[in-house]
Design a protein. Structure first.
Length: 118
């Protein structure tokens, strides 16, 4: 009977030790692990949302660049026009020459008009 009593005492001690470990050590540890898992899930969700936001901003930027490229293509002269501009002959110097006598006559006429108005 002594063996049976000793077995009962060991079972009681084991049960008490189990309750102490469960409530003092395991329960707070499990709560910390659950909090860390929840925080990790939150970070992962925010990371996914941030990735979606980055992808949306990149697509918007790409669209704006495409609009600018199209606008630039519309404003760039055609190859034929560039060739015409490039190979057009320079203006002749005679077109820019000034006849001094003609300028004096024009100036005199304007002065006479202004004086007669007064």
């Amino acid at each position: 009977m002594i063996i049976n009593a000793l077995l009962l005492v060991q079972m009681f001690h084991f049960f008490v030790a189990y309750l102490i470990l469960k409530h003092i050590l395991l329960k707070p540890g499990l709560m910390v692990i659950q909090e860390e898992d929840a925080y990790d899930a939150l970070l992962e969700r925010n990371n996914l949302l941030g990735g979606e936001e980055v992808a949306r901003q990149e697509s918007a930027l790409s669209e704006r660049w495409q609009v600018k490229r199209e606008l630039l293509q519309e404003q760039v002269p055609s190859v034929e026009l560039r060739e015409q501009i490039k190979f057009s002959p320079p203006p002749r110097e005679e077109a820019f020459r000034v006849n001094d006598a003609e300028l004096v006559v024009q100036f005199k006429d304007r002065v006479i008009k202004q004086v007669t108005k007064i």
